[in-house]
Design a protein around this ligand. Structure first.
Ligand SMILES: C[S@@+](CC[C@H](N)C(=O)[O-])C[C@H]1O[C@@H](n2cnc3c(N)ncnc32)[C@H](O)[C@@H]1O
Length: 216
């Protein structure tokens, strides 16, 4: 291929990639795009979900009409911000729990900078202690804490999940070996419909709570 043709093709590919990114981000304010980018860049332990998983959480929160959302494992607030953007559409509220004090502070700061302080509350502490202290039912729960604890979180939150509510969990593909009993529970519990999707390679389970177990 002639060098000129190769240069033209390379320029075309860059333009195409730029347009795809621009169109994927077109619904977000540039300052929010930068904030999300900065949170990821500072995330040395790679705790945050991928951008695609974040977009997926936003759509699930908005399309399910979530009003009362819970996240277990905030880290620096990246996924909470995506869920909060979905809740902006529904008038809902997210409580996100993080037991590392420095991360909880970073999450609260990032959420404030995202303009979502009225939509998201960061609750510092251990979710096993904090969730029982929260009143009422949840209609959207996102699990993203340590994977070995997922089954215990399942036992704690499923009874608190409203009928038609959603339970989502992260890393169900790339860390499935660490959460066998959880995967078994979401697939076999008679009150849930479950599917596993891969917006990015890590995998997200989505479980829908039935109104009754009769029609499963
Ligand atoms: C994978 S990171 C969460 C990433 C975050 N969801 C995001 O995408 O931006 C898991 C977090 O869960 C927190 N964590 C683990 N067990 C917890 C518990 N029992 N209660 C509260 N936080 C917990 C850890 O400190 C860590 O910050």
């Amino acid at each position: 291929m002639a060098p000129r043709t190769r240069r033209a093709l390379t320029a075309l590919l860059f333009a195409f990639a730029f347009l795809r990114i621009a169109s994927a981000q077109s619904t977000l304010e540039p300052s929010l795009v930068k904030l999300l980018h900065d949170i990821k860049a500072a995330d040395r332990d790679q705790l945050a979900v991928s951008e695609e998983d974040g977009r997926f959480l936003r759509v699930m929160a908005a399309s399910g009409g979530a009003k009362r959302a819970l996240e277990i494992g905030s880290a620096s607030g990246y996924s909470a911000i995506w869920i909060g953007l979905g809740l902006r559409q529904t008038g809902g509220h997210l409580t996100t729990i993080e037991y590392d004090p420095a991360r909880a502070r970073a999450a609260a700061d990032n959420i404030r900078r995202a303009g979502l302080a009225d939509v998201i509350t960061v609750l510092p502490g251990d979710a096993f202690k904090e969730v029982p202290r929260l009143a009422g039912a949840f209609d959207f729960v996102f699990l993203d804490a340590w994977k070995r604890d997922y089954k215990r979180f399942f036992d704690m939150v499923v009874p608190r999940l409203a009928p038609r509510g959603l339970l989502l969990a992260h890393n169900v593909v790339n860390k499935q070996a660490e959460m066998r009993s959880f995967l078994d529970a979401i697939q076999n519990n008679p009150s849930l419909f479950t599917t596993i999707v891969t917006p990015s390679g890590e995998g997200m389970s989505v479980s829908y709570k039935l109104q009754s177990t009769l029609h499963k």
